[in-house]
Design a protein around this ligand. Sequence first.
Ligand code: NOJ
Length: 720
Amino acid sequence: MKTEALKKLLESMTLAEKIGQLVQWNYAALAMTDAEVTGPETLQLSADAMKYFGSVLNFSSADEMIRLQKQYLAGQEHPVPLLFMMDVIHGYRTAFPIPLAQAGSFDPDLVKECARAASAEAAAGGVHLTFTPMVDHVRDPRWGRVMESCGEDPYLSGIMGAAQVEGFRGKDLTDKGTLAVCVKHYAGYGAPEGGRDYNQAELSEHVLREWYLPAYKACLDAGADMIMPSFNSLNGLPSVANPWLMNQVLRDEWRFEGAVISDYNALDELITQGVAENRQHAAVQAMNCGCDIDMVSGCYASDLEKAVREGLISEDQINTAAMRVLKVKNDLGLFEDPFRGASADPETVNRLAREHRPLAEKAAIASAVLLKNTGVLPFDKAAKRIAVIGPFADSREIVGAWCCNCDTRETVTVAEGIRTLLPDAEVTVVTGCSARIGDTDGSMIGEAAHAAENADCVILCVGEEMECSGEGRSRASISLPGMQAELVRRVAGANPNTAVVLFGGRPLDLTPVEKIAPAMLEMWMPGTEGGTAAAKLLFGDAEPCGKLAMSFPKSAGQLPLFYARSNTGRPKQAPEDEYQPYCSNYMDCGNLPLYSFGHGLTYTEFRYDELRSEKTELRAGEDLNVTVRLTNTGKRTGTETVQLYINDKFSSVVTPVQKLAAFGRITLAPGESSEISLTVSHERMKLWNFAGQSVIEPGAFEISAGYADHLLLTQTFTVS
Ligand code: NOJ
């Protein structure tokens, strides 16, 4: 529909119809089904108040969508199609690795491909818009939602978030296999105090501008259609009622013209948070902060019309908001085709899911991170007796906490992956103890150790259950739950040819495991083909190449912990494991993480030979071209993610000691040397100064290759 026609449609609508566009209901509330509900159940309004609405979330099939769409359109005087939304976070039917894992591939093209595949499946399943990407900046793995994020570096998050936006949206939203996207959770949701979900975040403007806001902006620049303010209060105000965030930054500075949707029931929660006296007050505040859609609280449905009549909200505000919603519908081509490629035949999604399995395997391989290897990996494929031990040895519950319509029965387990890869080997599976928090039953450990003793190699699959990460899943301790640490101790003690394979949605405290495990492979929640990927990696049919998008602490007491820290006036000079009085360090723990952001081994070795920058003197605003020469000094072909870090030597504000500036991947055969060229954008040289500007300050900078806290080659350049 042309914009003029859209305007005419809006003009023809009554106030109640326009407000209806701003109301979103849960499918379950409308259809009285048991479809997934991702928040507290909200009040049921009268049939009158429920008459008009504009969008729906949490339905489970194309069939449901088609039925409701038909029913709704048939009952309306101005039939405006409903917009169907869902959390397609890391897959729809096919589960790809969780976003935190995918970010560690450092491969935006792959991330885009996974999003593309997920959108094709979801669109066939009747979804129009996904609540993705989630690019909350995260520094504390006690917060269970780190699994949905792209990790602790805003530059990487921005790139991965933008790749998701491009993957989901495709070239043109009128293409039926695409989805519109909603970036979330704006802003600071990743910094809840104590890592406890929904908790307040207190962040200075400086920290917000440098670390927390850029990734959302990158996703909006990539074309995101919608943005979701976060649940948490930020510096004293919940985001949906925070005029600085919503009006000043989002609308005035960033000029975002797309739609804003509240998070689940967030308007009503303004009352619980103590900043709204009642539902009308909540609705008025959110409307005044440019929140276009009220997700399920019903505050707009029950109170907005009255607020207009009382002059608290103008009809112009309603028009602007309704128009934004209509625009998303129009961009999706819903006026021409309200069913938009939804296929009531489940075979369509099944067929797509079958086609996407190789991609799921590729992504799981690329996202896995080899944390440690004393040389036991890769295992010899001639192994005759293989013990696969632990709660995740034969588990299908490795797809990840937020893969909406995937069928875990289709997941390949680690034991299955190994049996397929090595059909002649004798594979013994001992599921060992459970991964449940608080479980004290270690009765299977003896059997597990016995199986390990009698095996040529042992694959010990431990970690966290899927339900341990995701929304509302904060932990105070991030060590291996239950008796698993003891399981590792006994099994690794029984057979030194043991690799620990880790599953879960967050960086864990692996200090006790690292001391005894000869090798550790982090698979995260790898998705549908996780077992195939693990088997291939463990037996050398695939090369590990993933890097950490989030640091693993030595202890939860170090949290929040991140690589891009600022220097103190009293930095620690002593070795990591020594305490230095009157310096910034702990008496009982080192400062550094166990594994830093950017860490990840391969089955070969890379020597960094040379780092050359094209220029040593730049004018502010110029980019810097850098070349890094590497040699594969090992015996296998491998892929290295070359990372460049920047440090501003002297500036008007304290800057981080290292900040990711560019990255790229290079594959080299044994003995091969080659160069990779990377561009450090001038944007990476900027800082947020105390006058509230983003500027490049003249002076010396360092550029280094390596990874966080392990910088190998450094060069200096100056900016005038
Ligand atoms: C609440 C979550 O915070 C958000 O990420 C999600 O998109 C909505 N629920 C809808 O499920």
